[in-house]
Design a protein. Structure first.
Length: 57
C-alpha cells in the first residue's frame, strides 16, 4: 500500500482525518483528566495540612 498517494475517493480521506482527529482529542482529554486529578489531590493535601498542622507548639 502506497501512502504517498492521496486517495481519489474523498470519503476515505475524510475518514482518516476524522479518525486522527478523534485520537488526538481523546489523548488530550486523557492527559487533562490525569493532570486535574493530580492537582486536585495536591490541593486537598495542602488544605488538610493547613487545617491540621503537625506541630502545634
Amino acid at each position: 500500500m502506497n501512502f504517498s498517494e492521496i486517495p481519489e475517493n474523498p470519503f476515505i480521506f475524510l475518514s482518516w482525518v476524522t479518525a486522527i482527529g478523534l485520537f488526538i482529542s481523546l489523548s488530550e482529554a486523557t492527559i487533562k483528566i490525569k493532570l486535574e486529578k493530580k492537582n486536585s489531590y495536591r490541593k486537598r493535601l495542602e488544605l488538610i495540612n493547613n487545617l491540621y498542622p503537625k506541630k502545634l507548639a
